[in-house]
Design a protein around this ligand. Structure first.
Ligand code: HEC
Ligand code: HEC
Ligand code: HEC
Length: 459
């Protein structure tokens, strides 16, 4: 009985010998997939607050209704465990689901279309290496006619393969940076304005956009509104740590981008990404850099002597709620852990939205180098108080342009979407839009009837 045993062991060892290289190749693929999925920040959208990673459930409010990100863990019943490679590639590259249905562009497939097959399949291998989470997908709540997925094919005709960086991306030495910014990091999804049909407006590439009540600033090389006054090294530092003293910190959706995604990039990739972004042509008229406002701390501390009860509401609130960390002079603390409120791209922006959002929701960002935490004041202050505080901070430390009132704070607090062109279009032309939809559907079914009636009908 010894003989067969030996053969078995021999066979097993030989099997192992063949299996080992294959296994380490799989592990390489999984590791690569993890890096690519991190650079593309799949987890940010596919994880509900407090939920299991990649199990979906995060709502996306759009002017056309609410979309819920699906479960992309390998659970066969509720996730994508049964998906083939071809189905996965088709979803990422064409925005088409497992059953041929059109996916909504809240899933940025227009960006992911640029991901190489090899990287995309590495992402699939990584996702399939994770524990499956059983979590049923939440039904989307889209208004008619947007609940008809088929209509997305018209949207694709207008907006697909249109969101990229055009000429800059063609330069060979910028190719890696363009891949990181466009195909993976999908920076333009937030940082470019949108057109009438809510597609990324490629003619204003990285010219500034909006997301969940926050302004995603202009990243083009224009001075003033854009990053013209930043060095490549500062930009790389911002993407790695979320904090560049005297310039900017990453709060809100950008805090998540830094925490989940860009802080994990290799130094080479960070440098390639920053070099590419710095090469993006200007997208707005020049003006004073947002981070250049303020900076007269001695003048500012002067008011204290006779402030007391004569102080304005905004000033009293500032002293009570902000000065402990950001100092009475607004200078923050030296190492920038509590940042300066002058020379700060948020207080220096003419648009007050991010300052309001930071006061309402605070700042929460974990990082490998530094954690940042500022408390949220949404339960402390009412809309009027937030408005007086923000207007005081802008006057004292930042850009006095663009004051906010209580109604605007209220809108931001509820994260009500500002009326979009498409809303107006629907109100004015709802009837026309409905007619176009009905005609399109009629044409679709007419074609189907023709193609089915051409073949013999089973009885
Ligand atoms: C900006 C948010 C966002 C990001 C980033 C994102 N997704 Fe999604 N994804 C969505 C949404 C929303 C949907 C649902 C679209 C719909 O219902 O039509 C979706 C759908 C999908 C689907 C189709 C699943 C199904 O059941 O039909 C797959 C697969 C997918 N995403 C994979 C990924 C991968 C892989 C990444 C990273 C490379 C990623 N997603 C990044 C938002 C996102
Ligand atoms: C989910 C939306 C989103 C995505 C994706 C995103 N950003 Fe941002 N970004 C924002 C928001 C919002 C801010 C403003 C943050 C704040 O007020 O602190 C911001 C701020 C920034 C700033 C600071 C600008 C300034 O003047 O203060 C830089 C630089 C930046 N983003 C670069 C990038 C790059 C590069 C990418 C792609 C790799 C990217 N962002 C992807 C939403 C996004
Ligand atoms: C407990 C300390 C603390 C208090 C109190 C505090 N902050 Fe902050 N603040 C921080 C920290 C920490 C950051 C983020 C630093 C980083 O990103 O590295 C921050 C960031 C900011 C930013 C930049 C936000 C952005 O979008 O980039 C602004 C503006 C700001 N604070 C204003 C205020 C105002 C106004 C108040 C009073 C209502 C206040 N802070 C109270 C600690 C504090």
């Amino acid at each position: 009985m010894v003989f067969p045993m030996k053969t078995m062991i021999g066979g097993f060892a030989a099997g192992l010998l063949f299996a080992l290289p294959a296994m380490s190749q799989d592990q390489d693929q999984v590791a690569r997939g993890k890096y690519v999925a991190t650079a593309a920040d799949c987890v940010a959208c596919h994880t509900a607050p407090g939920g299991k990673p990649f199990a979906g459930g995060l709502p996306f409010k759009t002017p056309m209704g609410t979309i819920y990100a699906p479960n992309i863990t390998p659970d066969p019943a509720t996730g994508i465990g049964n998906w083939t490679d071809a189905q996965f590639l088709r979803a990422l590259h064409d925005g088409i689901g497992a059953n041929g249905e059109r996916l909504y562009p809240a899933f940025p497939y227009t960006a992911f279309a640029g991901i190489s097959d090899e990287d995309a399949l590495a992402v699939k291998a990584y996702l399939f290496s994770l524990p499956p989470s059983v979590q049923k997908n939440h039904e989307n709540e889209m208004q008619f006619p947007y609940n008809i997925r088929f209509l997305m094919s018209f949207w694709n005709i207008l907006n697909f393969k249109n969101s990229g960086s055009q000429s800059v991306a063609q330069q060979a030495d910028l190719a890696r940076g363009a891949y990181l910014a466009d195909a993976l990091g999908h920076c333009a999804e937030c940082h470019s304005p949108r057109n009438l049909t809510m597609g990324v407006d490629s003619s204003k590439y990285l010219g500034g956009g909006a997301v969940d009540g926050w302004t995603a600033f202009n990243l083009s090389s224009s001075k003033g509104e854009g990053l013209g006054g930043w060095t490549t090294a500062e930009l790389a530092q911002y993407l790695k740590t979320g904090n560049v003293a005297g310039k900017a910190q990453a709060a809100g959706p950008m805090a998540e981008v830094v925490e989940n995604s860009t802080s994990h990039l290799s130094d080479d990739d960070l440098n390639a990404l920053a070099t590419f972004i710095k090469a993006v042509p200007e997208q707005a008229a020049s003006g004073p850099d947002r981070f250049s406002f303020g900076g007269h701390p001695t003048d500012i501390t002067g008011y204290r002597a006779d402030a007391g009860q004569h102080a304005s509401e905004g000033e009293q609130l500032f002293v009570a709620a902000c000065a402990t960390c950001h100092m009475l002079s607004g200078s923050g603390v030296k190492d920038g852990a509590y940042p300066s409120l002058f020379h700060n791209s948020v207080t220096g922006a003419s648009n007050p939205d991010n300052l309001v959002m930071a006061v309402l929701h605070g700042v929460e960002r974990r990082g490998s180098i530094n954690d940042a935490s500022m408390p949220a004041f949404e339960d402390e202050f009412d809309d009027r108080q937030v408005a007086s505080l923000v207007n005081y901070v802008k006057d004292m430390f930042g850009n006095p342009q663009g004051k906010v009132d209580a109604a605007e704070v209220h809108r931001l607090r509820l994260n009500q979407l500002a009326p979009s062109p498409i809303d107006t279009l629907m109100k004015v032309g709802g009837g026309i839009a409905a007619a176009v939809v009905i005609i399109a559907l009629a044409a679709f079914f007419w074609f189907r009837r023709r193609s089915t009636s051409a073949s013999p009908q089973p009885l």
